[in-house]
Structures are given as structure tokens and as C-alpha cells.
Design a protein around this ligand. Structure first.
Ligand code: FAD
Length: 468
């Protein structure tokens, strides 16, 4: 049996881009259908942001109590090392995912969005067929929002399968591997590699560039590097994976040296590619931007009333960018004047310690623009010391234009600083200058006082470190 629908909006993909577009469209009273092939929530909720942060949380807790069993902290000791039932850890992580995926389902229902489960395939830009458990559904919408996301990139000489896994499998392993080799030192590889180290695995990281997190400068990543060294994570920079060999992974360094790294599992995190194949994109007559779907600053594709958002349209491939685009497109379809032109999109690495960056890094400031840079260390922040988060080299850094003190970029590295992303983004979106930040009272004792102090440092008169 074939059922037909002609809604105003069809959203394809129920990740943070698609489900937010659908909820907002529903809130605006638009007749909306969302098609999702898998579970609601997409990469982010099911096999990305949320499960990885749950695993990181559990791993950090395990590492802290293991350490307390070795060396008492704050006068608190343990008489035995903790035990780890990893199956229970993974089940707990799944319960967090289930709760959020169910929550998205509820929100879509409340917004009166019709959800169809199945794989959407287009035969032209406005005709879509979905094979569902109940039969074939044909949808002919007025507007299409494409939000099909991205997939992990594999290496031809190291295809996924057997002991070679992507982040998806790494988040649901049956046990903690004794030895894990991570190929690629971007944020996903580092977050997972560090989590498994904290859970007791021997971890090696192989990276073809000469440093970890190559998008960031060496000062910002130094505390993470220090943690890796202090925790015996073997780091092979300027080295490339060659292929599986014996019980491990063969790698070759830039100097031609060959080595076999023991590996129960090999986690390949060398990037993600837009999901453009297998659903009829080629039948939609849509212009591309390299491997991504090309969109303008309203997320409009080259085909009338076909919009595209999220990982499908390019970097940064981050959930909050996808959601912001989804909200924007729904409002445009509803007739509001909107465009997607953020001044800055925050990026966070949930490494040890965490890194957050919004706006320009010092080396990204265009040539000819003179800057003033202020930096404040957590070593001089009372809250950081009282939380044992002061050592390890963490700091807040601010980059401002010298001529008018306009804040161009904010970065921090340290424990618990991912929550700074909101304040950093607000300052940049609102066009703040150093004097604005210097005039904002930050509560004491909080880590956020370091943000205030970084502005004072950029102006040459920090209060809690000696100025220039
Ligand atoms: P996706 O979330 O990929 O959703 C696309 C959806 O479309 C999927 O559910 C898919 O099943 C569905 N779909 C595809 N084709 C069809 C079809 N033809 N028919 C029906 N359904 C279809 N980002 C952050 O901001 N912060 C983080 O901390 C973070 N951590 C991450 C950790 C990991 C391990 C990974 C892998 C990613 C992480 N990301 C993080 C990135 C984030 O997950 C993505 O940027 C985000 O999910 C992109 O959202 P999206 O809606 O564009 O696509």
C-alpha cells in the first residue's frame, strides 16, 4: 500500500539540525514531516556528542577514584582500588541516550510534527519515497530541508571491520581494550583516547601532523600534551598508519622508521565526510561545494525551496551549528527575515584538560591588524586552586584589536572550562570591547574570574598577577 503526503515542509534527518528545524517549523504552525532512518537524535545524540561525554564522565570518575586509592586526596583515602563493570558503564551511557532520544520524540509530537521512520530517497527535488514498516510512503512537499549529516571517514588500507573501529563502535565496546591505538589526533580521537586511558587501556596515538589538535596553536594544546605524557599515552607525531600487521598496527615515521604498535583495537578518527550518497541527491539538481552541499547565508541550496543544514553543508561540523541553521531555515520558511551569519561558532574539546575557543586564535588574525593579547593563568585563580584545577598549565586568553579593543577571540584551556563557551560567544556576538568585559563583575570565587582578568591583562593592569 502506498500512502501520499503533501506537507509544507519535509525534513530529512533527525539529528540536531533536522529535529530542531522540524520542532521550530511545527512551533510556527507549519505542516511538517520529519523522516529519520534510524533513531531520533542523529549522530550527536546516538553516537557522538552525548554518548562520548557520558563515557568521558564515567572514565574521569574511574580515574579519580583509582588515583584516590593510590594517593589519598584532601585527607580522603580508599582501602581498595575501584572495580569496573564496563558493561554497566555502557548500559548507563545508553540510558542517557535513550532518555534524550525519547525527549526529542516528545518535543516533535508536542510541535505536531509527523515523524516517519525509514530511509528517504528522492527521485526529484520535491518527490521523496520512504519504505516504512507499514508500506511505501510518497511525500511531495513544498519545501525540503536536507539534514542527512555525516559519516566517519575510513582509510583504504585500514577499512572498518574486525579490530579496526570508528567512533561509533568505540562508544559501545563490550570491554575496555588492553591496548588501543588511535589514528588521528583531532578532537574525537583525543577525547576517546583519553577516556580509554582513564579506564585503564594502554593508549597510543598516531598523527600525521607535527602536533595534536592541529587547528589550535601549541600554547593552547600544551596542557593536553602534558597530560598525555604524564599518563603514559604514547604519542607518534609526523607518523602515518600503514596497515594492520600481526597483532597490531604498522606505522611509519617521517624519517622512514617502521614500528608495530600492539593493538587490541584500532580506532580510526581521521575526519568525517558529508552523507551525500544513497538517497537521490544526484536527482535533485543541486550545486555542490566540494564534497558538501552548497548553500548561501540563508541555507538555501541552488534549487528553489530546497534548504540544507548541518554537517552536510560543511565545517564546522558541530551540533550547535546544525541546530542554529535548522532554527534559521524554519523561520525563513515561515516568512521571517533571517540569515545564518554568526560572528563566531564556539568549539570545545572535551579533552583533559578541556579546551574552548571562540573567534580568532592569535595566528588567525588577518595580516595588518595589530592585536593586544591578555592571558590569565588558573594558577592565580582561587576557585581553580580550591578545586585542584590550578596546576596543569591552564589559562584564559583574549585576543583584541589594538586600535579599538574589539574582542576578536577568546580561548581557554583547563578543567571544567567548557562552560565558558557561552560567555565567550556572547561577548563576540555582541561586539564587546575589552572595557565592556573589564566592567562586568564576575562572581567570586569562580573560574570565570579568569575571563575578567584576561581582559585586564590585555589592557596591562591585571589584578591578581603582576602586569606588564
Ligand atoms: P547528524 O547528527 O549526522 O544526523 C543526520 C541524521 O540523518 C542521522 O540520524 C541519519 O540517520 C539521518 N539520515 C541520513 N540520511 C537519511 C535518509 N536518506 N533518510 C532518512 N534519514 C537519513 N559536535 C558538537 O557540537 N559537540 C561535541 O561534543 C561533539 N562530539 C562528537 C563526538 C563524536 C564521537 C562524533 C562522531 C561527533 C561529535 N560531534 C560533536 C559532531 C556532531 O555529532 C555533528 O556535528 C552533528 O550531529 C551534526 O548534526 P546533523 O543534524 O547535521 O547530522
Amino acid at each position: 500500500m502506498t500512502t501520499s503526503f503533501s506537507p509544507k515542509v519535509l525534513v530529512v534527518g533527525g539529528g540536531p539540525g533536522g529535529y530542531v528545524a522540524a520542532i521550530r517549523a511545527g512551533q510556527l504552525g507549519i505542516d511538517t514531516i520529519l523522516v529519520e532512518a534510524d533513531r531520533l537524535g542523529g549522530t550527536c545524540l546516538i553516537r557522538g556528542c552525548i554518548p562520548s561525554k557520558a563515557l568521558i564522565q564515567a572514565a574521569s570518575f574511574h580515574a579519580e577514584i583509582t588515583e584516590a586509592a593510590r594517593t589519598p586526596r584532601f585527607g580522603i583515602g580508599l582501602t581498595a582500588a575501584p572495580t569496573l563493570d564496563f558493561g554497566v558503564t555502557v548500559a548507563w551511557k545508553e540510558s542517557v541516550v535513550d532518555q534524550l532520544s525519547g525527549g526529542v520524540d516528545g518535543l516533535l509530537r508536542k510541535a505536531k510534527v509527523k515523524v516517519i521512520t525509514g530511509h528517504a530517497v528522492f527521485s526529484d527535488a520535491k518527490t521523496c519515497t520512504v519504505e516504512t514498516a507499514e508500506g511505501v510512503v510518497t511525500i511531495r512537499p513544498e519545501h525540503v530541508v536536507l539534514a542527512t549529516g555525516s559519516l566517519p571517514v575510513d582509510l583504504p588500507f585500514l577499512p572498518f571491520g574486525g579490530k579496526v573501529i570508528s567512533s561509533t563502535e568505540a562508544l559501545s565496546l563490550p570491554r575496555v581494550p588492553r591496548s588501543l591505538v588511535v589514528v588521528g589526533a583531532g578532537y574525537i580521537g583525543l577525547e576517546l583516547g583519553i577516556a580509554f586511558r582513564k579506564l585503564g587501556a594502554q593508549v597510543a596515538i598516531v598523527e600525521v601532523a607535527d602536533r595534536i589538535l592541529p587547528l589550535y596553536d601549541a600554547k593552547l594544546t600544551a596542557p593536553v600534551l602534558r597530560w598525555l605524557k604524564a599518563h603514559d599515552v604514547a604519542l607518534y607525531l609526523e607518523a602515518r598508519a600503514v596497515g594492520e600487521e600481526g597483532q597490531g598496527l604498522a606505522i611509519e615515521t617521517i624519517s622512514g622508521e617502521r614500528k608495530i604498535l600492539p593493538a587490541d583495537q584500532i580506532l580510526v578518527t581521521v575526519g568525517r565526510r558529508p552523507n551525500v550518497a544513497g538517497w537521490g541527491l544526484e536527482a535533485m539538481n543541486i550545486a555542490m561545494n566540494g564534497p558538501f552541499v552548497r548553500v548561501d547565508d540563508r541555507c538555501a541550496t541552488s534549487t528553489t525551496n530546497v534548504w540544507a543544514i548541518g554537517d552536510l553543508v560543511g565545517e564546522p561540523m558541530l551540533a550547535h551549528k546544525a541546530s542554529a541553521q535548522g532554527e534559521c531555515v524554519a523561520e525563513i520558511i515561515a516568512g521571517k527575515t533571517r540569515w545564518f551569519a554568526p560572528r563566531a561558532i564556539p568549539a570545545v574539546c572535551f579533552t583533559e584538560p578541556e579546551i574552548v575557543s571562540v573567534g580568532l586564535l592569535p595566528h588567525e588574525v588577518p595580516a595588518g591588524v595589530e592585536t593586544t593579547i591578555g592571558q590569565f593563568p588558573f594558577l592565580a585563580n582561587g576557585r581553580a586552586l580550591s578545586m585542584e584545577a590550578g596546576s596543569g598549565g591552564g589559562f584564559v586568553r583574549i585576543v583584541a584589536r589594538k586600535a579599538d579593543h574589539r574582542i576578536l577571540g577568546l580561548q581557554a584551556v583547563g578543567a571544567h572550562i567548557s562552560e565558558f563557551a557561552g560567555e565567550f560567544a556572547t561577548l563576540i556576538e555582541m561586539g564587546a570591547v575589552l572595557e565592556d568585559l573589564a566592567g562586568i563583575i564576575h562572581a567570586h570565587p569562580t573560574l570565570g574570574e579568569a575571563i575578567h582578568e584576561s581582559a585586564l591583562a590585555a589592557m596591562g593592569h591585571p589584578l591578581h598577577i603582576s602586569g606588564s
